[in-house]
Design a protein around this ligand. Structure first.
Ligand SMILES: Nc1ncnc2c1ncn2[C@@H]1O[C@H](COP(=O)(O)OP(=O)(O)OP(=O)(O)O)[C@@H](O)[C@H]1O
Length: 814
């Protein structure tokens, strides 16, 4: 067949499928509407159908069963309606572009070649037997991503099916018309991928379903390991693969897995909004999305003020000259380490024999139960009882003690005084209580009378209901009960545990610390670390690096919190989490599989965890046999020129492979002063817009630098600027002025690095931040400096960039 004939035949098939789709949509519409009406109708008539009669036990039973029956009918109709609506939505999603791929596959031993068209949902012939379109997540469709024409095979629940792939075709279909058609033979999807990647950045991440690469497919379909770690270069599609994976899991386990049983931990709230449309686009409900900080705030935020990772980062970037900087850095590293994790475990063990601290219970300026009493009680327990169980026992004891004390308290003088100040409402309450008691009393009296008559037994002394005495008793009890309520509540909330003190006492003398945690050594600069931590705690504040260890220890004492509902946890930008955070997540979600995606080349936080090797602490946490490690080295986001440039910024960047897509070389712009920087940038932004780029970013190192650049650019008349801060919730098109650490995970058509001087990016610890900033660019990258350049550029060959020198005498490279 000539190319033209092929094209024509495919368009004919497409037209026929589109016709069937339209017919099915038309067919389903009234059905779906009909069911909806039925559901509304049943809801409305729900109580009409049920005669509520509870006079006898049988009537009651009958009523109960009718209600149950009606509810079952309703829920069945609702389920059918939901399914129908979903089917209808899937068909509508398919209509403009029913499929993006086709493979012709002949199974070994058969002479029939099956044509398999692949799209975002399945669509069957009327007979329900033949697939007109296969969902991309079906086992057979995996060959589209994994194999080239020739020998091919795919996995099914029943085993491997092998055969020959005779054709592999890709389509780009828009509004029911084939726009492009390629027969692939070498690399999967190169042409189509070229086209997709050449497009502009969006305010929302896109699904990559039509062009998933083989190594990404492995991530998406991995269903074996408890821990899946993906170490991938910037722009290698980690986030994309993660989202596709969620969609795959929801399809593969559709009868057992719900979207709310998958949780994604994102680097910041803006990223949440950036990725939130991918799953709905694929016809799935969104998973739960959160940030670790949100979680910490939830559990600790009411009693302590928490530093967030961005403030910690700002401190690291801006306070370098300040006293105590080195100690803080040492502290950050130590508090994220395996040693500290082990130390806290040991410490909790030791608390079983000594060292626990309690908050005494005070009432009206008196000690009701002292901390010493609690300590004595706590350590008089059987030594084999675990810490958290002991806490439970102590709590029960305290509640019992409070009951006793409460009873005694009724005779106290202050209660007598309060009696005189009661308001009408309190009296009314007591009276209604008394009436109730009175009727019980009267009923008892009557019962006794009847019993005496029937049994001819003499009844005992008649009772006497003393109203006044009972009234005072009740009033006193009520007063004391009310004032003891907060005490009970605080005991229930475990406020008698002085977790704060238990944590704070760690930061004292080095010898004491070693003894408490059973570790032979303390980290360098320990006295300064202690001083800083204690000063912070004294203000009821916690450093970011202390927050997770604190919560971890709190739970070792109070009892571990777990969520057994969640089945999959995804951690994006996984290199930025400490081992503590992983240990915590593992404990919190005991039934979940973990998917961790990260890039050690972008590890900008001090608590970073190396994900690269099998000896990574994260792998140790789960054990090697429970772990799969996948590396992605091909970078899709940026043009070849940008990737070649940025890989020179990392010491081990050689292994990053650019995808063959061309654009201009990165541009280094030397300017004379601030004024000139702003003039040049304003002009560059306008030019880039002229070129058709819609999503642009001026990336700075710190928040303060962003605010300043924003002010200056705005004053210069630059329009549509948006200053991004850690509070920003939505990603939008236009020009963003954004600190590098907030630009993690997102991308822009063009990036302008506001200041690439050694002053901004000079210390080794800033290398990865600089790399992260530069790798946000898809098509264009420009760097600005008033003079010398960051030393990180010394690893980049001169031929990989262009330099525009504005001033005589300024060197291009520093
Ligand atoms: N198979 C693919 N087909 C089409 N586009 C892809 C593919 N893989 C990745 N991309 C595109 O490459 C860009 C980078 O992808 P993504 O953000 O998922 O990478 P990442 O590894 O998470 O990056 P980073 O670590 O820098 O945040 C996105 O625009 C994404 O759509």
């Amino acid at each position: 067949m000539t190319n033209e004939q092929v094209w024509q035949a495919e368009q004919e098939r497409l037209d026929s499928v589109a016709g069937k789709l339209r017919a099915r949509i038309a067919e389903l519409e009234p059905e779906a509407a009909g069911l909806r009406e039925q559901v509304t109708d049943i809801r409305k008539r729900f109580w009409e159908e049920v005669t509520v009669n509870t006079s006898t036990e049988e009537d009651f039973e009958e009523t109960f069963f009718t209600i149950q029956q009606q509810a079952a009918v309703l829920s069945e109709r609702e389920r059918s309606h939901r399914q129908l609506v979903q089917q209808w939505q899937n068909l509508n999603r398919l209509l403009p572009s029913p499929y993006f791929g086709r493979i012709d596959f002949r199974e070994d031993g058969s002479d029939l070649t099956e044509r398999i068209y692949i799209g975002v949902a399945s669509f069957l012939e009327e007979d329900g037997m033949d697939f007109l379109v296969y969902d991309w997540r079906t086992p057979i469709a995996s060959m589209y991503y994994d194999c080239l024409p020739g020998a091919a095979a795919y996995d099914t629940p029943g085993g491997l099916i092998a055969g020959t792939m005779e054709l592999k075709r890709q389509f780009r279909i828009e509004d029911g018309q084939i726009r492009h058609l390629f027969d692939a033979n070498v690399t999967i999807g190169d042409e189509l991928l070229q086209q997709v990647l050449g497009k502009g950045a969006d305010a929302q991440m896109k699904s990559i379903v039509a062009t998933i690469q083989k190594e990404q497919n492995e991530i998406i379909r991995n269903d074996k390991s408890r821990l899946l770690v993906v170490q991938g270069a910037a722009g290698s599609g980690k986030t994309s693969a993660a989202l596709q994976r969620a969609a795959y899991l929801l399809y593969r386990h559709r009868n057992t897995l719900r979207a709310d049983q998958i949780v994604l931990f994102s680097p910041n709230p803006m990223f949440n909004s950036y990725v939130s449309t991918v799953l709905p686009e694929l016809g799935e409900e969104n998973m739960q999305q959160t940030t670790f900080q949100e979680y910490l705030e939830y559990w600790l935020g009411s009693s302590l003020t928490l530093e967030d990772p961005f403030d910690q980062m700002e401190y690291m970037l801006a306070e370098q000259a300040g006293s105590g900087y080195e100690a803080r850095l040492e502290g950050m590293k130590y508090k994220a380490s395996e040693s500290y994790l082990r130390a806290l475990g040991q410490y909790a063990k030791r608390l079983e024999t000594t060292g626990m601290r309690f908050n005494g219970i005070r009432f009206r300026d008196r000690d009701l139960i002292t901390a010493e009493q609690m300590t004595t009680r706590f350590y008089s327990c059987d030594p084999s009882i675990r810490l958290a169980n002991r806490v439970n026992l102590l709590q029960e004891w305290l509640l019992r003690e409070l009951s006793l004390l409460e009873r005694k308290e009724r005779e106290a003088l202050w209660v007598q005084e309060e009696l005189n100040y009661l308001d009408n409402e309190q009296y009314a309450e007591v009276h209604s209580q008394l009436h109730k008691e009175r009727s019980v009393f009267d009923f008892g009296e009557r019962y006794e009378e009847v019993r005496a008559k029937l049994t001819h037994e003499r009844r005992g002394d008649e009772g006497d209901f003393d109203y006044a005495e009972r009234e005072e008793e009740l009033l006193r009890a009520g007063i004391v009960k009310e004032s003891f309520k907060p005490l009970r509540r605080s005991v229930r909330k475990l406020a008698f545990l002085d977790v704060y003190g238990v944590y704070a006492q760690l930061f004292g003398d080095a010898a004491a610390y070693r003894e408490m945690v059973g570790e032979p050594a303390v980290p360098a600069l320990w006295p300064d670390i202690c001083k800083q931590t204690r000063e912070k705690l004294a203000r009821f504040e916690l450093f970011y690096e202390d927050a997770t260890p604190y919560l971890y220890l709190k739970e070792l004492i109070e009892g571990v919190r777990t969520n057994t509902e969640v089945r999959h946890v995804f951690v994006d930008e996984g290199q930025d989490y400490s081992l503590f955070q992983y240990a915590y997540l593992k404990r919190l979600f005991p039934r979940a599989r973990m998917t961790v995606l990260g890039d050690f080349g972008q590890a900008i936080f001090a608590q970073a965890t190396d994900l690269r090797e099998s000896e990574s602490p994260l792998v140790r946490l789960y054990g090697e046999s429970e772990t799969t490690l996948i590396r992605l080295v091909r970078s899709y986001r940026s043009t070849r020129e940008i990737v070649e440039f940025t890989k020179g910024l990392l010491p081990d960047g050689e292994e990053i492979v650019p995808f063959e897509r061309s654009g201009g070389k990165p541009l280094l712009m030397t300017v004379r002063n601030e004024e000139e920087r702003i003039v040049k940038m304003t002009a560059a932004l306008a030019e880039l817009r002229e070129e058709g780029f819609a999503t642009l970013a001026v990336i700075t190192k710190t928040a303060a630098e962003s605010a300043e650049a924003y002010e200056r650019l705005t004053a210069r008349g630059c329009e549509n600027l948006r200053l991004v801060t850690k509070e920003t919730l939505f990603f939008e098109k236009g020009v963003m002025v954004i600190p590098a650490y907030l630009a993690k995970g997102v991308e822009f058509d063009a990036v302008l690095i506001n200041d690439a001087s050694p002053g901004a990016y000079g210390r080794e610890s800033e290398r990865k931040l600089f790399y992260t900033a530069c790798t946000r660019a898809m098509h264009r990258l420009q760097l600005y400096s008033t003079g010398a350049w960051t030393p990180f550029l010394s690893g980049v060959e001169d031929s990989l960039y262009e330099a525009e020198q504005q001033v005589e005498g300024y060197p291009v490279k520093g």
